[in-house]
Write a protein that binds this ligand. Structure first.
Ligand code: CTP
Ligand code: MG
Length: 220
């Protein structure tokens, strides 16, 4: 069945604070969005790709991505809005849809294949996840510890997240917002499976992440 991908790149990158949209920030000499799209395109099973960019920068994003045969569409205020815009731009024939953060610039192409395979195995949604190595404390507004969580049942989830088109469309029809599309499927009662993620799928959120991933990129 046909696979399509949405690469969300319309965020401002407030936490990184680079003064330009995060997807345009260079890592090892190339914008994050170019890294991300090259790796999406390296996965042979993926057909149509929609890149969701800030609405005032569509031409700039399209010019950066001319080598990759993607459509570039305008995003929205929240990440969920941007995913919705990407979904609307994909052909209705795609039965499996991946949603990927441009900020996860170094995600290995093999992770895309693994997510697609797991969707085909019968889940509504599939997310890569990493076991949490730090002990996680739940705190209140004053910073006092409320509980120490059982780390063994926790996973930090990444993208690409994979969905049947039906599950992703239904999740978005709810009108709810979430930082993660799989949470919408979960809320709707769908089957969400976690597979092993990759340290290389880490997200550039802060300056420290950018520095760490720059070192990782040098070793690739
Ligand atoms: N994203 C998007 N549209 C939005 C918000 C986020 O397409 N309205 C994308 C970002 O471009 C990024 C991914 O979603 O690739 C993950 O979001 P995040 O890391 O939070 O990026 P930003 O929202 O840009 O960063 P910040 O929250 O620090 O402003
Ligand atoms: Mg954000």
């Amino acid at each position: 069945s046909a696979v399509a991908a949405i690469v969300v790149a319309a965020g401002q990158g407030t936490r990184l604070g680079a003064g330009i949209p995060k997807a345009l920030v260079p890592l090892a000499g190339e914008p994050l969005v170019v890294h991300a799209v090259r790796r999406v395109r390296a996965c042979a099973q993926i057909g149509p790709v929609a890149v969701v960019a800030p609405g005032d920068l569509l031409a700039q994003f399209a010019a950066l991505l001319t080598d990759f045969e993607v459509s570039v569409v305008a995003g929205g205020v929240e990440r969920t809005d941007s995913v919705g815009a990407g979904l609307a731009a994909l052909p209705a024939t795609s039965q499996v849809v991946l949603v990927h953060d441009a900020a996860r610039a170094l995600t290995p192409p093999a992770l895309f294949d693994a997510v697609i395979e797991a969707v085909r195995d019968g889940a509504d949604a599939v997310v890569p996840g990493i076991a949490v190595s730090d002990t996680i404390k739940q705190v209140d507004a004053a910073g006092h510890v409320v509980a120490t969580l059982d780390r063994s049942v926790l996973r930090a989830v990444q993208t690409p997240q994979g969905f049947t088109r039906a599950a992703l469309t239904a999740a978005h029809a709810s009108g709810d917002l979430a930082t993660d599309d799989a949470a919408l499927v979960e809320k709707a009662g769908g089957v969400v499976r976690v597979i092993d993620g990759s340290p290389l799928a880490a997200k550039v959120t802060t300056e420290t992440d950018l520095a760490l991933l720059t070192h990782l990129a040098a070793g690739l």
